[in-house]
Design a protein. Structure first.
Length: 204
C-alpha cells in the first residue's frame, strides 16, 4: 500500500491505493494530461482544488484539510478491514487480488467524492463571499486585511491618475543586488537629468 498525492501533495493530502497491481483508471487514464483537462483524471480534481484555494487560502484551505482528513481516516479504517480479510486467505495471489479490488474501489469512490467536493468549493467561496445557505444572513463577505490594502507595495492607497499606477517595492524587501541595481539606476537617471539641464541652459 502507498499514499499517492496528485498535484501539490503538501496542500491536499493523498488517497490510498495498492501498488502491486494496476492502479485505478483515474490514475492512469489517457483521456487527459497536464495540458488537457479531464474529469476522468484524479490529478485534475486535486489540481483544481489546489489552484482555487490559493485565491483565498486562509478561508478555503481549512475546508480542504477537513475533507482530506476525512478521506484519510476512511482509508486507514478500510485498510485495516482489508488486511483482516486478506489474512484469512491461504493463497497469496488471491490476497493481492482482494487487496487490489478493495483498494481500487475505495480510491475511485474517494476520487468521485473529491470531484464533488471540488465543485462545491466554487459554490461556497466564489463571488468574494462565503455562502453557507440561501437565508438573509447566509453569505459572509470575504475581505482583504486592512494592512494589505494600505501597503504601498500593493498600491491601492497610493494610485493617482498621473501615477504611480502600481505598487512600489520597499527597499527592505529587496535583495542586496536589487538594492544596488536600483541605486545605480537612480544615479544614472539623476546624471542624465543634470546633463539634459546643462544642455538646455547652453542652448538658451
Amino acid at each position: 500500500m502507498v499514499w499517492l498525492g496528485c498535484a501539490a501533495w503538501h496542500r491536499v493530502l493523498p488517497l490510498m491505493g495498492a501498488a502491486s497491481e494496476p492502479a485505478p483508471d483515474s490514475y492512469h487514464s489517457r483521456a487527459g494530461h497536464q495540458s488537457k483537462f479531464s474529469t476522468k483524471l484524479a490529478y485534475w480534481g486535486f489540481s483544481m482544488v489546489n489552484e482555487f484555494q490559493d485565491s483565498k487560502w486562509s478561508i478555503i484551505n481549512p475546508d480542504v484539510i477537513q475533507m482530506a482528513h476525512k478521506l484519510e481516516k476512511a482509508g486507514a479504517e478500510a485498510a485495516a478491514s482489508w488486511d483482516a480479510e486478506a489474512d484469512k486467505l491461504d493463497d497469496e495471489s488471491a490476497a493481492v487480488e482482494l487487496l487490489t479490488q478493495r483498494s481500487n474501489a475505495f480510491v475511485e469512490q474517494s476520487v468521485g467524492e473529491w470531484w464533488e467536493f471540488a465543485f462545491s468549493l466554487f459554490a461556497k467561496f466564489s463571488r468574494y463571499v462565503t455562502t453557507q445557505d440561501e437565508s438573509v444572513g447566509g453569505e459572509t463577505l470575504q475581505r482583504y486585511p486592512e494592512w494589505w490594502l494600505r501597503s504601498p507595495e500593493v498600491g491601492f492607497t497610493s494610485w493617482r491618475p498621473e501615477g504611480p499606477i502600481h505598487g512600489i517595492v520597499l527597499m527592505r524587501h529587496m535583495t542586496k543586488f536589487q538594492r544596488s541595481w536600483r541605486c545605480c539606476r537612480s544615479s544614472c537617471s539623476l546624471r542624465r537629468s543634470r546633463t539634459r539641464a546643462v544642455s538646455l541652459d547652453g542652448a538658451s
